[in-house]
Ligand binder design. Structure first.
Ligand SMILES: N[C@@H](CCC(=O)N[C@@H](CS)C(=O)NCC(=O)O)C(=O)O
Length: 235
């Protein structure tokens, strides 16, 4: 079976957490919206008239299943491709961690869009500055400190032990994205989270991930995605 991933074609965004899992698994997939008339096809899939239409991208078509919500897609892929823990308690734990990352992703987005997605960044620059200061002062230490402590507590190479799960792939993306968007702040901050820095290196060196990152399938970061580099927010 070839999976069909549906996500906005110009950005990594939330689709990237799914792409990383598909790539690590070596799964066959097509990134539909990046192909001809792909966005129109994606919009049609969200038609609420029938089936289980998703509210927003990303979503994944797997045979007859259409699965929306990033964490839900990863719950599905993790079980099928050995990217999660096997017991019920383990599956829920990994899913719980991913939902925490989901919350963090919203907060990352809100650094440049604190007043919501309808206004341009340029129309909310002052609140964005205030929000970003709070984000780096309180929220990054709290979220990343949590994952750092989990890594230290189990002494493993990855958050849940010796083998990577989709949560580790997502944390790789978080570190990579924060380095892109906030190079100065991150340079200072990451001195305090050596475990996460190590995890990032280990994920980046995994053969399938390494090949993916060097390929054209990996869309470069840009200022339309979740992680945006605005110099004035990175002081
Ligand atoms: N909680 C959802 C959020 C999905 C989401 O916000 N998708 C964005 C792109 S990253 C979108 O296209 N949203 C359209 C909208 O909210 O109107 C997830 O994690 O997948």
């Amino acid at each position: 079976m070839k999976y069909e991933l549906y996500y906005w074609p110009e950005i990594q965004g939330r689709g990237e957490y799914v792409r990383l899992a598909l790539e690590e698994a070596g799964a066959a997939y097509v990134d539909v919206a990046r192909g001809p008339r792909g966005v129109a096809t994606m919009m049609k899939m969200m038609d609420v008239q029938k089936g289980t239409p998703p509210f927003a991208p990303p979503f994944l078509k797997a045979g007859k299943l259409v699965i929306g919500q990033t964490a839900n897609i990863l719950l599905y892929l993790g079980a099928r491709h050995g990217l999660a823990l096997k017991t019920e308690a383990g599956r829920l734990w990994v899913h719980q961690l991913q939902l925490t990352i989901t919350d963090f992703v919203v907060e990352i987005h809100d650094t440049h869009h604190p007043l919501g997605p309808s206004l341009y960044y340029e129309d909310q620059k002052a609140p964005a500055k205030k929000r970003t200061d709070e984000f780096w002062g309180e929220r990054v230490p709290k979220y990343l400190g949590y994952f750092e402590q989990l890594l230290a507590a189990n002494g493993g190479a990855y958050v849940t032990g010796r083998r990577p799960t989709y949560v580790d792939l997502s944390l790789f993306q978080i570190v990579e994205g924060l380095r892109y968007a906030f190079p100065k702040r991150m340079k200072t901050f990451e001195k305090g989270v050596p475990g996460l820095v190590g995890l990032h290196e280990r994920v980046a060196a995994r053969p399938n991930i390494k090949a993916y990152l060097a390929s054209e399938r990996r869309i470069p970061f840009n200022e339309q995605g979740i992680f945006r580099r605005y110099r004035e927010l990175d002081r």
